[in-house]
Design a protein around this ligand. Sequence first.
Ligand SMILES: Nc1nc2c(ncn2[C@@H]2O[C@H](COP(=O)(O)OP(=O)(O)OP(=O)(O)O)[C@@H](O)[C@H]2O)c(=O)[nH]1
Ligand SMILES: [Mg+2]
Length: 312
Amino acid sequence: MSEFETLVKKMLAGERTALSRLISRIEERTQELSSGFRLLYPKTGSARVWGVTGPPGSGKSTLVDGLVTRLRKKGSRVAVVAVDPSSPFSGGAILGDRVRMQKHAGDDGVFIRSLGTKGRHGGLSHSTKEVVMALDAAGFDTIVVETAGVGQTELEILTVAQTILVLLVPESGDSIQVMKAGIMEIADIFCVNKADRPESDQMVRELTQMVSSLPHDENSWMIPVLKSEAVREKGLDEVLGALEKHFEYMKKHGILEQKWAAMVKSEVVDILTEKLRQDLWTKMESKAHQASLKKLICRKIDPYALAIEISK
Ligand SMILES: Nc1nc2c(ncn2[C@@H]2O[C@H](COP(=O)(O)OP(=O)(O)OP(=O)(O)O)[C@@H](O)[C@H]2O)c(=O)[nH]1
Ligand SMILES: [Mg+2]
């Protein structure tokens, strides 16, 4: 039995340290993942997965923390995955996590972990998907994936979530940025945080206008625009209510199944892409292509020519 498989077994038996180690193996992209996923995958499918995104410093961690407290009161087991694509050491995320971890220390129903760019070849969204599956199999009822910013990597990471909550702060230009970055297309709930700031009502109005101008029919989900003051735990019950309402909406319209299908299909492509990349590097460095590789380096053949040779 591989080490990873053993970790999966222990994790399924409820060993917390096994879960932590298992996540590290996923991040490191150990070769043994397939053996463990055979055991792990059938246990997935009961967790609710939320994505929380928004500009750096908008209050995501503070808000998520408030949601965790509320969910714990309801007896729900919660995992938080803070994904930080920008930092190789997931510095910001880790710092925030420390504070949160202290708050929930000793509570077995809360698990907090940050993921950085340790994964090779931009495989962060791949690892995040697998970490979420592991947490699902480990029995967490709710998994929150928190990521800052609105770049392509972040959008990709968010495809793991069933519901996406976009947090904004009342600063000029934010709503225009939202339009640009394609966040509008993926947001299920908007929340203007730092509602203690005077411009927040204006921002709520702008967003409400934007949302109502989207094409919709009687079956569409109407994206709510909420307001919160996460630092004082204000507006969080409404945010939780909207998250629950969106879940019910998805259940009613068969959207959960669609999202699951899309997620696991992209997981398969990720697995194959990772494998292909490795195979292609191995092939290129093999003896058979050494002569052509030398020609490529001294410009006697071009990269496309070598690519065709390798693909034959
Ligand atoms: N005034 C005000 N400050 C807030 C509010 N919510 C959070 N903050 C503060 O905003 C700062 C950033 O909060 P975080 O929760 O770390 O924000 P974040 O979006 O997780 O930040 P990154 O993970 O670095 O992107 C902290 O100092 C919070 O105390 C709020 O409603 N009003
Ligand atoms: Mg944060």
